[in-house]
Ligand binder design. Sequence first.
Ligand code: FES
Ligand code: FES
Length: 165
Amino acid sequence: MTTTPEIPAVATELTVNGEPHALHLEPRRSLADVLRRDLRLTGTQVGCETGACGSCTVLVDGEPVRSCLLLAVQADGCAVETVESLTVDGKLSPLQQAFSEQSALQCGFCTPGFLMLCTALLREEPAPSGPRVRECLSANLCRCTGYAPIVAAVESVNLSTEEQS
Ligand code: FES
Ligand code: FES
């Protein structure tokens, strides 16, 4: 009888939401899986696992990434931000607050992915145009809310930012 040789674990260092983690990981495991199972950061949702829906979006070195498609070992040395990083001391981020106020979620499954996608957009462009918001949001799928409230939420963050300046 032949046995499959064991693939050795790979030492991987991740900084997740500002906390360093030294991990030993099977190289086949996705970043989403490691975030959810090893680090218990279950806010990141896994829908399709094929890169289609975007519900697993996290930021890796500031860029939105589909964490179901990235092997965790590929993120070695990177800074990862998940949806859990957005709420600080129990206070929602302005974008989370806007999602709540604009009823931009129903089941909420897609919401962490949209929040991380839009967080990256607003860091890069604090006041994106409507078409730019729509272009960005087209990366992710929502199966129940529809997209208008999500667009409205992102735009309301623009408005409140403008009012403060
Ligand atoms: S779960 Fe990653 S893109 Fe759908
Ligand atoms: S709120 Fe249900 S999938 Fe988007």
